[in-house]
Design a binder for this molecule. Structure first.
Ligand code: NAD
Ligand code: DAU
Length: 354
């Protein structure tokens, strides 16, 4: 066994930020196993593509033989599992891919990792880690005065996406409990930052505001999310990988609850400031549209366990993080053009026209 890390879904938003952060530290070689769905983008990793410590393998986590080959030939000491279908609205329109990747794919990965792990020496087995990246959405929805979700909050997933992630969390738990696989699970709140696919709230609003298009806010815009800068999330994952206790769950959040409308208004102000002015303030582009079915009202994370046990706290404030993020999208038009072609436009037309 080597200290190599196999990262699944490393060409996506959080996975690519994680790989870039780890490559700066140069502590362990990285194998990026990614299927390259619409959400995967190798341009995110252009700066490390030729590095000796980085390798890309195109492949599906649900393909047993391929996963086995990767494990047997690269002999990793850890798996960091990001690969997933991740967009709630897509899961409502078509849940099947979510079950296939998030549930079946995680199951195949766990089975193959279990076989590989069983072949290691006792000392290697002890050092090995399987870190599963999950979400706050598995806990369901909070009322306005409820305390934030903690690691013992009962699961109550409400969308097909959340249900598929909850199922994968349960499988990971069972593989630790039954087989002793040294697993770690992280459940994180909403991330924002560079490389996020612009189907998600913040990048969608930045690009629509830039172009003077309408800004579709679901329902009354009062749903609350707890926003965390993606680099803080990646840092938290590294801390859990390094010092987390096998079999444990760590909640990660930004202590930064905001209503969607507040987020969109902030984006409007920043785009007005940084992009060429439109005849009217971008705020006027805000349009309330039909709500997301089953839309969770409020998420909030109690991240005291990871702070207490591993000394992790978010470093970026929302004010600085959102400013950097808006600037990044405005300054990286080539990246934006690369991801907003054919199939993206089709999704936007289908989803927002109905
Ligand atoms: P993303 O949609 O941007 O990226 C997903 C990546 O997984 C893509 O590169 C895609 O090509 C790859 N992938 C999809 N199916 C695959 C398969 N079958 N085999 C191999 N690769 C496959 O997602 P993200 O926003 O970066 O989220 C990453 C993980 O973090 C997910 O597990 C998600 O549930 C979790 N998460 C996301 C957030 C968030 O705010 N984005 C918050 C908490 C947790
Ligand atoms: O909470 C963590 C989760 O955050 C992750 O597990 C998911 O992978 C990630 O996609 C994200 O899920 P959300 O559904 O919270 O993110 P999204 O950006 O799709 O929406 C954020 C909020 O904004 C939500 O309340 C819905 C609302 N929204 C979203 C879009 C795309 C709008 O009002 N209008 C929109 O056009």
């Amino acid at each position: 066994m080597r200290n190599t890390i196999v990262v699944t879904g490393g060409a996506g938003f959080i996975g690519s930020n994680f790989i870039l952060q780890r490559m700066q530290e140069k502590t362990a070689p990285i194998i990026n196993l990614d299927k390259l769905t619409y959400a995967g983008n190798l341009r995110n990793l252009g700066s490390v593509a030729e590095d000796r410590g980085y390798e890309f393998v195109r492949g599906d986590i649900a393909e047993r033989a391929l996963v086995r080959r990767v494990l047997e030939t690269r002999l990793p000491g850890a798996i960091v599992h990001f690969a997933a279908e991740s967009h709630v609205d897509r899961s409502i329109r078509g849940p099947e891919d979510f079950i296939r990747t998030n549930v079946d794919g995680t199951f195949v990965l766990l089975e193959e990792v279990r076989a590989y792990w069983s072949s290691l020496s006792a000392d290697e087995q002890k050092r090995f880690r399987f870190l599963h990246v999950s979400t706050d959405e598995v806990y369901g929805s909070l009322g306005p005065d409820d305390p934030p979700f903690c690691e013992t909050t009962p699961y109550a997933p409400n969308s097909p996406y959340a249900a598929s992630k909850a199922a994968s969390d349960h499988l990971v738990r069972a593989y630790h409990h039954t087989y002793g696989l040294p697993t770690l699970t992280t459940n994180c709140s909403n991330n924002y930052g560079r490389f996020q696919f612009p189907e998600k709230l913040i990048p969608l609003m930045i690009l629509n505001a830039r172009d003077g298009k309408s800004l579709p806010v679901y329902g009354d815009g009062k749903n609350v999310r707890d926003w965390l800068h993606v680099e803080d999330h990646c840092d938290a994952i590294s801390k859990v990988l390094q010092g987390g206790r096998p079999g444990e769950v760590y909640n990660i959040g930004g202590w930064n609850e905001k209503r969607n409308l507040e987020i969109v208004e902030t984006v409007c102000e920043l785009v007005d400031e940084m992009a060429p002015r439109l005849p009217r303030p971008r705020h006027d582009l805000i349009t309330f549209v039909k709500d997301r079915p089953g839309h969770d009202r409020r998420y909030a994370m109690d991240a005291r366990k990871i702070e207490r046990e591993l000394g992790w706290k978010p470093k970026e404030t929302f004010e600085t993080g959102i400013r950097k993020t808006v600037r990044w999208y405005l300054e990286n038009d080539e990246w934006v053009r690369g991801v907003t072609s054919g199939s993206y436009r089709q999704w936007i037309e289908t989803h927002y026209s109905s």
